[in-house]
Design a protein around this ligand. Structure first.
Ligand code: GLA
Ligand code: GLA
Length: 693
């Protein structure tokens, strides 16, 4: 269980009412000052009320060692503040200047082969460098002293996306810090030896000084997985310690200003254990970049729901998203008409009380000049800027209707996300490289959405066991404590889904013995003796398995060799005898205490889950909308604590218009045709927001 800091949210400027925050990263230092007044005119036109400033400005603030220039920053903060635009001020420490790294090359991080990461981009520093820490904290102190009485600075934006480029550092500084971290975690070198299973391949260590980071071991070789898992934990912690030092330096001087640092929660975005980091911020903020294609809305809603889970349902801050294309993918797709507004409102639906972009004005030069912005290259007369203005208007209407401070209503279904299981399933010596923790939660989220249920994404450490239904999707690592928590949940009446590849190993990645899933076999009522991976990399290899309920399994299935006497098989495989999988149970329901557990022993994907879920939900006695088109709309509800304010959000998930019935007043709509007082038709990429009565 975690301990969160007291929730604190950036407060409005003097004389202003609390509103949803709206704006973006603002980089006035990339532009001649003549343009600043025009920026502010356009911000006002778009109803922007906050910008993040100074994120990459270290070189312009500390022009040489110990020489600080705040004049330009004061000028722009003053202009913004007078125009009623608040500032989320960066610590400015994200990217060190050239003079610093020339003077102290020992702050640069090293890759696994020991090569130096040179300046030329950003984040070329190592969190464990005492020298870098000294410089960064000095800048934090200067920033805090300078802005402590500035009424326009409403929050601190500490560094930027920690670990985006410098997640792993293999330098000697990192080595020393890793040794200390192991000592603090394990106490004795024997305990480290046990945890990492060093009897294997003669890796036994006699002393903490023999611990080295998982440096290059030659192509095609296999790193000790225990060490690798701990190095991921350590790397998240090393950056976290650095963040805490920056945060505390700022907080000591400006105790009244809330602090955050922007996370990168999205599918596959697992460089840091963001749920653990959630303990250390005053309010959670996130950067999200859309995934093009058919999963666009679902992936966004999934990520935003996970952020909401990390924020423990307190309102959170969307620190960055994009008005259109990014420029860091091989192909940088545009958004379709309506998606700029829809995406932002989908984050709001899932609990965001702030919508910000990277960045305000699209750059002319530099590595992100083709990344979209609020003011694009085309300027004010552009569809993007018109969308930005429309959104500003929508957020104002939502504020006036009283949306901020309401929380995403708790769903009946929790889908668990576990950072550490994701890390462990990434390792190279596993039953298959086709299975990772993180893909499975999205498939479940989408399958429930297809049935008309918007599930909550809930971190493993949080309160998933207070939901009517919980899903453990490929939660590969289960400690004894977590296994007992699962046991209690179901025996006290919980309705639990567990998938293949859950509960395989303990927290050290030591396999639970006696048959999979070793630590919770009694709960799930199945015993699997072997994995059945599937693939198409050899002619004639088993590449899929058909289930008796019509679903099709890919990538991995359990060879379930026995089920408990009380269990019922809901679906079995239909395969050629020679595969050994014919009639083997695939989906099994098992009563346990006063609850029930459904075990899904293979990867079914969204389609197979959608097909299999109704029967499983019926078995468990869980209700769901029965209308055939319930899944065409993503329905989300936000509510005030006293229950007086309710907002309903309806998003079209598909490619055709969809009709909705609602009760209440329409507050915001985009690509919607109102039909009667209580019905409307939502076009693809459209959204309807209604205030309940
Ligand atoms: C990240 C960074 C921003 C910018 C955007 C867009 O989220 O924080 O500085 O680079 O990506 O690529
Ligand atoms: C080789 C090695 C063994 C073991 C096996 C299985 O044969 O000699 O130690 O690693 O491969 O991978």
């Amino acid at each position: 269980m975690s301990t969160r800091r007291t929730y604190r949210w950036p407060q409005p400027l003097d004389g202003q009412r609390q509103r949803l925050w709206y704006g973006g990263d603002y980089n006035p230092d990339q532009w001649p000052e003549e343009i600043w007044d025009d920026d502010i005119r356009l911000m006002r036109k778009a109803k922007v009320n906050l910008v993040s400033l100074g994120i990459f400005s270290w070189a312009k603030i500390e022009t040489s060692d110990g020489v600080f220039d705040f004049d330009w920053l004061d000028r722009i903060v003053g202009k913004l503040g007078k125009a009623g635009i608040a500032v989320d001020m960066a610590s400015a420490t994200a990217s060190p200047p050239m003079w610093l790294t020339q003077k102290h090359p020992e702050v640069l991080w090293r890759d696994e082969r020991g090569d130096i990461c040179w300046p030329g981009a950003r984040q070329h520093w190592r969190p464990t460098s005492p020298v870098f820490r000294e410089y960064a904290l000095r800048l934090c102190r200067q920033m805090a002293e300078h802005f402590k009485d500035n009424p326009y600075v409403v929050s601190w934006h500490v560094s930027n996306e920690y670990g985006c480029h410098n997640r792993f550092d293999y330098s000697d500084d990192a080595m020393c810090a890793f040794q200390k971290w192991c000592k603090a975690r394990y106490g004795t070198i024997e305990a480290v030896n046990d945890a990492w299973g060093t009897s294997f391949w003669a890796q036994r260590m006699n002393d903490f000084s023999e611990i080295i980071p998982p440096r290059f071991i030659g192509e095609g070789n296999f790193m000790n997985p225990g060490k690798l898992l701990d190095f991921k934990r350590f790397s998240s912690d090393a950056l976290k310690d650095f963040y805490k030092a920056e945060r505390d330096t700022l907080a000591q001087i400006t105790p009244d200003k809330p602090l955050t640092t922007n996370f990168m929660v999205s599918t596959g975005g697992t460089p840091l254990d963001y749920d653990d980091w959630g303990d250390e911020v005053d309010f959670v903020s996130n950067d999200h970049y859309f995934v093009p294609g058919e999963q666009h809305l679902d992936e966004l809603a999934w990520s935003a729901s996970l952020v909401d889970g990390i924020a423990r349902k307190k309102p959170w801050f969307l620190m960055e998203n994009s008005t259109g294309a990014v420029n860091w993918r091989p192909v940088n797709y545009r958004k379709e008409p309506g998606q700029t507004v829809r995406d932002a409102l989908a984050h709001v639906a899932m609990g965001a009380d702030a919508v910000c972009y990277f960045q305000w004005r699209q750059s002319r030069a530099g590595a992100e000049k083709f990344h979209s912005a609020m003011v694009p290259h085309a300027g004010e007369n552009s569809q993007i800027f018109r969308d930005v203005c429309e959104l500003g208007d929508d957020l104002r209407k939502l504020s006036e209707a009283g949306l901020e401070g309401t929380e995403l209503k708790k769903s009946s279904v929790a889908i668990v996300f576990d950072y550490q299981s994701e890390w462990a399933t990434e390792h190279s010596a596993n039953p298959t490289q086709k299975v990772r923790h993180f893909t499975e939660p999205l498939d479940w989220f989408r399958a429930f959405a297809d049935l008309g249920i918007t599930a909550d994404m809930v971190p493993m450490r949080s309160d998933w066991d207070t939901y009517e239904v919980a899903v453990l999707p490929c939660v590969y690592l289960l400690s004894e404590v977590d296994s007992n928590r699962i046991r209690r949940y179901v025996s006290n009446g919980g309705k639990l889904f567990v998938t293949y590849y859950t509960g395989i190993s303990d927290e050290h990645d030591h396999v639970w013995l006696g048959g999979y899933p070793g630590s919770i076999r009694d709960v799930v009522g199945v015993r699997s003796e072997e994995f059945t991976p599937m693939g198409d990399d050899f002619p004639g290899a088993l590449d899929h398995l058909n289930l008796s309920n019509g679903a099709v399994a890919h990538d991995l299935a359990d060879w379930i060799t026995s089920t408990s006497p009380d269990a019922t098989v809901l679906a079995a495989y239909q395969a050629e005898e020679r595969t050994g999988m014919n009639d083997v149970p695939a989906i099994v329901v098992n009563p346990f205490g006063t609850g029930k557990c459904v075990y899904v022993g293979c990867k079914l994907g969204r389609d197979g889950l959608r097909l299999s879920l109704p029967q499983a939900l019926d078995e468990m006695g869980v209700g769901y909308p029965r209308e055939a088109d319930a899944g065409h709309v993503l329905r989300v509800e936000r509510k005030s604590e006293d229950g007086r304010r309710t907002f309903l959000f309806y998003f079209n998930r598909g490619d055709d218009d969809v009709k909705v019935e609602f009760e209440g007043e329409i507050v915001v709509s985009s690509l919607v045709q109102s039909e009667t007082r209580n019905t409307a038709s939502i076009s693809p990429n459209g959204v309807l927001i209604v205030k309940g009565q």
